[in-house]
Design a protein around this ligand. Sequence first.
Ligand code: PMP
Length: 289
Amino acid sequence: MSLKVYINGKLFDKAEAKVSVYDHGLLYGDGVFEGLRSYGGKVFKLEEHIQRLYASARAIHLEIPMARDELAEAVLDTLKVNDLTDAYIRLVVTRGAGSLGLDPRKTTDPQVIIITDSISLYPAELYDHGLKIVTAGTIRNHPAALNPRIKSLNYLNNILAKIEGTNAGCLEALMLNHTGHIAECTGDNIFVVEDGVIHTPSVDSGILEGITREAVIDLARSIGLTVIERTMDRHDVYTADECFLTGTAAEVIPVIECDARLIGDGRPGPITKDLHHRFHALVRGEAAS
Ligand code: PMP
């Protein structure tokens, strides 16, 4: 059976799920999106993702033509139709088709798209051995240009950094902000552990407020660990005992090298491993409850 894709209230076979070449999402990256996961048929932090989608849309003056609970319901229905329990879900809202000019007032029909598919993950061995990252020369968008808190369809900034990472043989790249402090990786938030205390760049460092980031902060605090959100630089990464990334697809993944400096002893550290296991148990446990 072909996967069905939801567009504006209708389901289409994957091959037939299309938007106009005049859609400003395609022409200008004008739109917003979310990446979610379901475990055992239950979507992790569905409300938070919907909330962030509507916040991103509001920030770019895009009105999503349906209520939040309708959209949440449509996500669950699309999963069911596709008989998917452990899935990756992509929610996209484009500005819709318009004229060839930038003016969003000339667009008429925002496209609300829900894609549910199997998830492609980092190779399992990276969770055991850790990831190498490099710092990209491309900095994260200046918040006064395109605020990284907006999960917009305009991801070229991160794509350019990702290309730098892959050219250097790394699957992720660290992005600095306009003041030279660390922000996040191209599709994940970053954390370090120093003397048993967890540190992560604060939201005003120019990051996406990751939903996994928030969940991991809560998890760490719930087991008595201290988490400090602050301004950080690369020195904090180079000299850390441990480093890890968080994201919907990655969950919690260890980093063992940055810019050719080994982090700690070059192996995933105990706090990273513990949080990885606890997060894994949390998402799957919630699914089972
Ligand atoms: N930062 C960026 C730039 C991202 O695109 C993402 C999502 N892939 C994240 C961080 C992690 O966010 P979340 O935990 O909500 O998936």
